[in-house]
Design a protein around this ligand. Structure first.
Ligand SMILES: NC(=O)c1ccc[n+]([C@@H]2O[C@H](COP(=O)([O-])OP(=O)(O)OC[C@H]3O[C@@H](n4cnc5c(N)ncnc54)[C@H](O)[C@@H]3O)[C@@H](O)[C@H]2O)c1
Length: 364
């Protein structure tokens, strides 16, 4: 059964359509949206080999004249150089203002394709077909697009909303297990910051890591609720003036851990898992959150196969220092998103450094 979630952004509103097997409906869905006649599907080799032909066949059968642009896989290729390759393909295909770029991939492909679509001829249509759990519940929704600069992640970018996000949960079956777990960190995040029922559903599930093979019903429910949470937050605060900051739950310490370990030892989702455990412990320490609820959070993170301890050898003072360089620091104060109950958080910059140190020591 298809679920449709509307991201309400005035004239830039769009649907997130979630249905098993819907990759074959891509063309029909696009045809209903006045997306021109020409299209460019951007992907990487590993993903395209599984899903490229079906995506292209579906678009062609609905009358689109499409070609593909295959980029190398990996975060290290999320660069302006790769975007240049997309522009070259757009030029070769003579994509006009009415044409459409389709991102068929995870967050890396989605962010780059969105940026290329935002800037090619000052903006052409853009459709997201996310293929990782993280991209389905997070990166494909909300219009943040961009690439990395050699000096930092996501330093170059634009807010640019897609015209459609098409999610086919079947696509997750080929996703490497570690990538699936990384996406679960963001799903758990939505349970804590926004949706207590989502949290309870995951808590009740026996095989969280096997969902995509064994419990399509729960997987679809989790996708629906997570996308709804992101859509709600983004609709209320498109450009991160205020509310959208709560999406950074677990990311403050998570980013520090990720960058201090060179983006290799722990991946993004694992770092967010560690960051949520730390933020939860800080909230308990500041008497904002019940210990028992924090323990339930940590148990769920563990059950999802994510780490709850700091990686071996990481220096606590280095983490505290790294927090100061986070993008979200305002006037020298580090902003934390802290739970007050499962399903609700508050944003504060009043966390003493000694509390951070104490919590991190407990996580060694
Ligand atoms: N725009 C946003 O709001 C936003 C939010 C969060 C993260 N991001 C960005 O997303 C990126 C991370 O994205 P990601 O976690 O999706 O990783 P990713 O795009 O790097 O994909 C992970 C790996 O899985 C492979 N893969 C993807 N889908 C597959 C499938 N269905 N079957 C088999 N293999 C598959 C990819 O080839 C890649 O090797 C980062 O660059 C991050 O900055 C953006």
């Amino acid at each position: 059964m298809e679920s449709v979630i509307r991201v309400e952004l005035g004239s830039q509103s769009y649907d997130i359509a979630i249905a098993s097997g819907s990759l074959d409906q891509l063309g029909a869905k696009c045809a209903g949206l006045d997306l021109g006649k020409k299209g460019l599907v951007v992907s990487n080799q590993a993903i395209f080999k599984h899903y490229g032909e079906r995506a292209i066949a579906s678009l062609q059968s609905s009358g689109f004249d499409v070609t593909s642009c295959i980029l190398p896989a990996g975060e290290q290729y999320k660069t302006l150089n790769s975007v240049q390759k997309i522009y070259n393909a757009a030029l070769e295909k003579r994509l006009e203002r009415s044409a459409t770029m389709v991102a068929l991939g995870g967050g890396v492909i989605g962010d780059m394709t969105g940026f290329a679509a935002a800037t090619w001829l000052r903006g052409i249509n853009f459709v997201q077909v996310p293929t990782t759990l993280l991209a389905m519940v997070d990166a494909s929704i909300g219009g943040k697009t961009g690439v990395n600069h050699p000096q930092g992640k996501n330093l170059i970018g634009a807010f640019y909303q897609p015209r459609l996000v098409l999610i086919d949960p079947q696509i997750l079956k080929t996703l490497p297990a570690r990538e699936f777990r990384a996406g679960m960190a963001e799903v758990i995040k939505y349970g804590i910051i926004w949706d207590a029922e989502l949290f309870a559903q995951m808590e009740a599930s026996k095989r969280l890591d096997q969902l995509r093979y064994m419990d399509q019903g729960l997987l679809q429910a989790i996708l629906n609720k997570s996308c709804q949470a992101k859509a709600d937050v983004v609709s209320k605060d498109e450009k991160e003036a205020d509310l959208r900051a709560i999406l950074n739950y677990g990311h403050t310490i998570g980013h520090a851990v990720e960058s201090l370990t060179g983006y290799r030892v722990v991946n993004h989702g694992e770092a967010v898992g560690i960051g949520m455990v730390a933020a939860g412990a800080i909230a308990v320490n500041l008497q904002l959150w019940e210990q028992e609820e924090a323990e339930r959070q940590d148990a769920l993170i563990k059950k999802a196969g994510l780490p709850t301890q700091l990686p071996a050898g990481i220096d606590i003072e280095a983490i505290v220092d790294a927090l100061q360089t986070d993008k979200k620091v305002k006037a020298g104060k580090v902003r934390f998103v802290l739970p007050t109950q499962i399903g609700a958080v508050k944003v504060t910059d009043e966390v003493p450094a000694d509390v951070i140190r104490q919590v991190l020591r407990q996580m060694q």
